[in-house]
Design a protein around this ligand. Structure first.
Ligand code: ATP
Length: 320
């Protein structure tokens, strides 16, 4: 399949005969594989006398191209894996076994069949349309020291996207990246280990690069992709490399100074400051004026009974 997709990725027509020759299989086998391509959700054009193509073309993940975009100092402290299809890159990054000390592992996939958001919600990542990246990072400082990391990661994503030309991005606490109120990127952190000692965190990032109108409309909230934000195609491999650079530097900084180091910059992108909002937990909700975030990344909410701080991944923010 990956070889066939490699041939179709250029957006040009390829005849069944040519594909069969290149893949070393029969026409019937090509036809079966083309059906499987369509089942991945890719729009395949088929024209009699011309052959088959993926209309808009597709940039597949390419390990070598990603490596070329990674800074020399980052290369020495990271390992990068790419795969075709996986349940979830957050699971894959841990399933690959222990990571050598001082190394951050990054995993990317063309498609996640069970991409996850917070509290069991689904994350949609149609084949070849997103950058779905997970990082596995180890710390000896304990899970308690990771407070605010998810916000810092959201800021890192914004910085990486700006390097590639995106503008007018905003952050929604704790870490969604928005453009004109629509969701461009989601982040999911999963922390394991000792509250005061060795621990590890899996950082999952999903960024929409290029989705069809139908794919965007099928998402349960207003969503957007980088193609619409930038008005041009953004390379998935360049974005992957840039994210790896930015995250590696950010994790270094976070390890030394925590969220405090990033708070001021984070606030520059805050989508909700000063607005009336509702915070929703599983069984209750509270409304008040959103007053920004504290040094640990906690949300500050002013209500009739005073200023309250909300932490943790179980709270959702909505504009009232
Ligand atoms: P929060 O609880 O912080 O308000 P959320 O409702 O956006 O966040 P998340 O857990 O961050 O929830 O992400 C999952 C949600 O994101 C899904 O329920 C869906 O609404 C939306 N979503 C799923 N896939 C995508 C995508 N590719 N692009 C944008 N949004 C998506």
């Amino acid at each position: 399949m990956d070889k066939l997709l490699g041939l179709l990725a250029d957006g040009q027509f390829h005849s069944g005969e040519e594909l069969g020759e290149q893949l070393g299989v029969s026409r019937a086998a090509v036809w079966k594989k083309l059906k499987a391509v369509e089942e991945l959700g890719l729009a395949l054009d088929s024209v009699r006398g011309k052959g088959y193509r993926i209309g808009s073309g597709i940039e597949l993940l390419d390990h070598k191209k990603i490596e070329r975009c990674i800074d020399a100092d980052v290369r020495t402290q990271s390992e990068v894996h790419t795969c075709f299809i996986t349940d979830s890159t957050n699971e894959l990054v841990s399933a690959l076994g222990p990571v050598p000390a001082g190394i951050t592992r990054f995993c990317l996939a063309e498609h996640q069949t069970k991409g996850r958001g917070r509290r069991g919600r689904e994350w949609s990542s149609p084949f070849g349309s997103t950058v779905s990246l997970s990082a596995l990072w180890q710390s000896g400082e304990g899970t308690a020291s990771l407070e605010g990391l998810s916000l810092a990661v959201g800021l890192g994503v914004v910085k990486a996207l700006e390097t590639l030309g995106a503008r007018a991005l905003a952050l929604k606490w704790p870490n969604d990246v928005l453009w004109q109120g629509k969701k461009l990127c989601g982040v999911l952190l999963e922390v394991h280990g000792d509250p005061t000692g060795e621990c590890e965190v899996v950082i999952g990032i999903g960024i929409n690069v290029r989705l069809s109108d139908e794919q965007l409309a099928s998402i349960g909230q207003p969503a957007v992709d980088l193609f619409r934000v930038c008005g041009r195609t953004v390379s998935r491999n360049a974005l992957a490399g840039q994210l790896i650079n930015t995250l590696t530097h950010l994790l270094d900084g976070f390890g030394q100074g925590g969220f405090k180091l990033f708070r001021e910059q984070w606030c520059e992108y805050d989508a909700f400051r000063g607005k009336e909002v509702t915070l929703m937990a599983s069984t209750r909700s509270v409304t008040g004026r959103y007053m920004g975030v504290d040094d640990q990344g906690g949300l500050l909410l002013e209500t009739a009974s005073g200023l309250h701080v909300f932490n943790g991944g179980e709270v959702s923010l909505r504009q009232s």
